[in-house]
Design a protein around this ligand. Structure first.
Ligand code: CUA
Length: 338
């Protein structure tokens, strides 16, 4: 009995496929982050619906893949055709059942479940609308009913549906808060909508999910869900204009800011009204600077204002070229913006 060398090759191919499949499963199983940006860890009703559908699709897809790979392995491991060829594996009925009717039923079931999920994601009655404007590469966040403008942070009351009204100031972006909802594009020419609701107070990280240029990865934002009382307090604090400088040094910082930075940035309660960059009214309360690029602290703020280009190349903010004494005064003043 003669075996062709193709036989051994087929076995090694089968082995390779199984190894790759097992490795892929092992890697993917590590994707479930603990409380990080993971749609597998839903924290709101919309994300929960999407995640249920995702699990169903993964399980169905895995079963189909295992069956298909099994058939492939069976075909590869068979003796080569020749005098010793066995009876054919497939038949007309097998092809119709396994290739047409089976996949047809699976696709129809998936279609029905997808439509069901889509219907369940319709926007419920909301009481608060927040405008989110995508910029390269940061997020402008406005509360039109409360006269609040902030950046790279959305604050919401926990447990109630909130409407986000989305638009872009330049190219197409996409907002993705994986633990609260799926992705939604922000387009320059017409507004889109997305509603979010959280189950628990806490901070949910989000990300631009549509490639929008070299700093796409540093277009992050946070969504903080507050208890009802804490949110009322947040609204009150955020609507307040910035406090006046209380020392000479802070006053010098404000003067330098008005001269050097106010063309692009606004600080409510001062003459700074720029709209090109983020509103900085309550800057020191923010978690990050540069839309998730750095934790917000004095040292990072100093480095950022001095020259943000090495930190986030291509962003619109030029190096400040301020003498260090003036730079320090600006940072001193900005740190007071609570
Ligand atoms: Cu904005 Cu990617």
């Amino acid at each position: 009995m003669k075996r062709t060398h193709g036989d051994g090759q087929n076995r090694s191919y089968t082995l390779q496929i199984l190894v790759v499949f097992t490795a892929a499963l092992a890697v993917l199983s590590g994707c479930r982050g603990e409380g990080v940006q993971s749609m597998l860890d839903p924290a709101g009703p919309a994300a929960a619906e999407i995640s249920k559908l995702w699990w169903f699709m993964l399980i169905t897809g895995s079963i189909v893949l295992v069956i298909t790979l099994g058939l492939l392995a069976a075909a590869l491991l068979r003796r080569p055709r020749g005098e010793e060829a066995g009876p054919p594996l497939g038949s007309g009925r097998f092809v119709v059942l396994g290739g047409l009717i089976g996949p047809g039923i699976i696709l129809v079931v998936l279609l029905i479940l997808t439509l069901r999920t889509t219907i369940s994601l319709r926007t419920p009655e909301t009481t608060l609308t927040i405008q989110v404007i995508g910029h390269r590469w940061w997020w402008e966040v406005r509360y039109p009913e409360h006269d609040i403008v902030t950046a790279n942070e959305i604050h919401i009351p926990n447990g109630v549906p909130i409407q986000l009204e989305l638009i872009s100031a330049d190219v197409v972006h996409s907002i993705w808060i994986p633990r609260l909802h799926g992705k939604m594009d922000l387009m320059p020419d017409h507004a889109t909508r997305l509603w979010i609701q959280s189950d628990e107070p806490g901070t949910y990280w989000a990300q631009c999910a549509e490639y929008c240029g070299i700093q796409h990865a540093f277009m992050r934002l946070s969504v903080t869900a507050h208890t009802e009382d804490a949110f009322a307090q947040w609204l009150e604090d955020a609507a307040r204009p910035a406090g006046a400088p209380s020392t000479e040094r802070q006053q010098q910082g404000l003067d330098v800011f008005l001269r050097a930075c106010a063309h692009c940035h606004a600080i409510s309660g001062t003459a700074a009204r720029g709209r090109i960059g983020p509103d900085l009214t309550h800057l020191s309360q923010r978690l990050t600077i540069g839309a998730g690029r750095l934790p917000n602290n004095r040292g990072n703020l100093y480095g950022w204002i001095s020259d943000p280009q090495p930190l986030k190349p291509g962003n619109l903010m030029p190096p400040s070229l301020l003498p260090s004494e003036e730079l320090e005064a600006v940072v001193e003043y900005l740190m007071t913006l609570e």
